[in-house]
Design a protein around this ligand. Structure first.
Ligand SMILES: CCC/C=C/C(=O)SCCNC(=O)CCNC(=O)[C@H](O)C(C)(C)COP(=O)([O-])OP(=O)([O-])OC[C@H]1O[C@@H](n2cnc3c(N)ncnc32)[C@H](O)[C@@H]1OP(=O)([O-])[O-]
Ligand SMILES: NC(=O)C1=CN([C@@H]2O[C@H](COP(=O)(O)OP(=O)(O)OC[C@H]3O[C@@H](n4cnc5c(N)ncnc54)[C@H](OP(=O)(O)O)[C@@H]3O)[C@@H](O)[C@H]2O)C=CC1
Length: 256
């Protein structure tokens, strides 16, 4: 998408970079010259991803659960020791399970809020304090979901992602004094490893309900992400951009 040197000397962290959308984002950043760290909970997944991503450039992984402040501290230390700086944070790690609102257990609600809202916040604050604020420079990109008309069938994630959408706006203003840009990307239904977490019948006929009549690809999300963290988006902050084939505007959404 970009010339190969757009991210020269830039260091990026992609959470959940071991699979799906996060992997595709890491790939685009590496192709355009960034040094990339990927993080997630499962070492085997990260190791495999790092091996193939390393063919494109400098890539390292670290096991880190975004809900665990101690592990985030270890990730900060690892990036400091090996790269000495961080320029780009992509908060892509996240997920949820389908459930009708009335059936959600307290533990399940809390697990999804903790993963998507709290985890994103812990990671964002830690990386800003360790790198972006002292450097007086940085860019943060939050991957949320299509929350335009609520998220029927997944109320917990709708609430958590709306929180991140709002946090994006607040931090864009508060941290503009540090030359930090903060944006979000809201994917529609994307053909990725993430969809394997859902029963196939939930996806049946879904493409027909999207104006573009197909699911998106991980690359189609990653191209937008690479643009938003690049110097070509230098005057864009506090924005949430949808990459959803028009799904938010029309027809049935992903629901039970
Ligand atoms: C929106 C548009 C499309 C989006 C697509 C994508 O995002 S694709 C990307 C998709 N990728 C992903 O989603 C990947 C990341 N997602 C995850 O890791 C999990 O979905 C997580 C967010 C729940 C965190 O997990 P964790 O390890 O912290 O938690 P845990 O497993 O220990 O569960 C805690 C509690 O949650 C409850 N509960 C959990 N599952 C179910 C269920 N199926 N059914 C019912 N309830 C469920 C249950 O109460 C459980 O407690 P229990 O009853 O066991 O004592
Ligand atoms: N696919 C889709 O249709 C859509 C996806 N999204 C969002 O995009 C993001 C990427 O999803 P996608 O690539 O499709 O699915 P995946 O399930 O492949 O990706 C989720 C990634 O997040 C990591 N992750 C999850 N929880 C944590 C955690 N607590 N700490 C660290 N890492 C974690 C997982 O790694 P590990 O298992 O190793 O922890 C995994 O690599 C998610 O936030 C998802 O909700 C949004 C809209 C639509």
């Amino acid at each position: 998408m970009f010339q190969a040197n757009v991210f020269d000397q830039k260091v990026a962290l992609v959470t959940g970079g071991g699979s799906g959308i996060g992997y595709a984002i890491a790939e685009q950043l590496l192709r355009a010259g960034a040094r990339v760290f990927i993080a997630g909970r499962k070492e085997e997944k990260l190791k495999k991803a790092q091996e193939s991503l390393s063919q494109l450039g400098q890539c390292a992984y670290q096991v880190c659960d975004i809900r665990d402040s101690e592990q985030i501290g270890q990730l900060v230390a690892f990036i400091k020791e090996t790269a000495g700086r961080l320029d780009i944070l992509v908060n892509n790690a996240g997920g949820q399970f389908p459930s009708l609102a009335e059936d959600m257990a307290e533990k399940g609600w809390n697990a999804v809020i903790n993963n998507n809202l709290n985890g994103t916040w812990y990671m964002t604050q830690a990386m800003a304090k360790a790198f972006f604020i002292p450097q007086k420079q940085g860019t943060i990109l939050n991957i949320i979901v299509n929350i335009y008309r609520g998220v029927p069938g997944m109320a917990h994630t709708g609430a958590a992602r709306a929180g991140v959408d709002n946090l994006t706006k607040t931090l864009a203003v508060e941290w503009s004094k540090y030359n930090i840009r903060v944006n979000a990307v809201a994917p529609g239904i994307i053909q990725s490893s993430g969809l394997e977490n859902y029963p196939p019948e939930m996806l049946d006929g879904l493409a027909e309900t999207i104006p573009m009549k197909r699911l998106g690809t991980t690359d189609e999300v990653a191209w937008l992400c690479a643009f938003l963290v690049s110097p070509f988006a230098a005057y864009i902050t506090g924005e949430t951009m949808y990459v959803d084939g028009g799904q938010r505007l029309f027809g049935q959404q992903f629901q039970l």
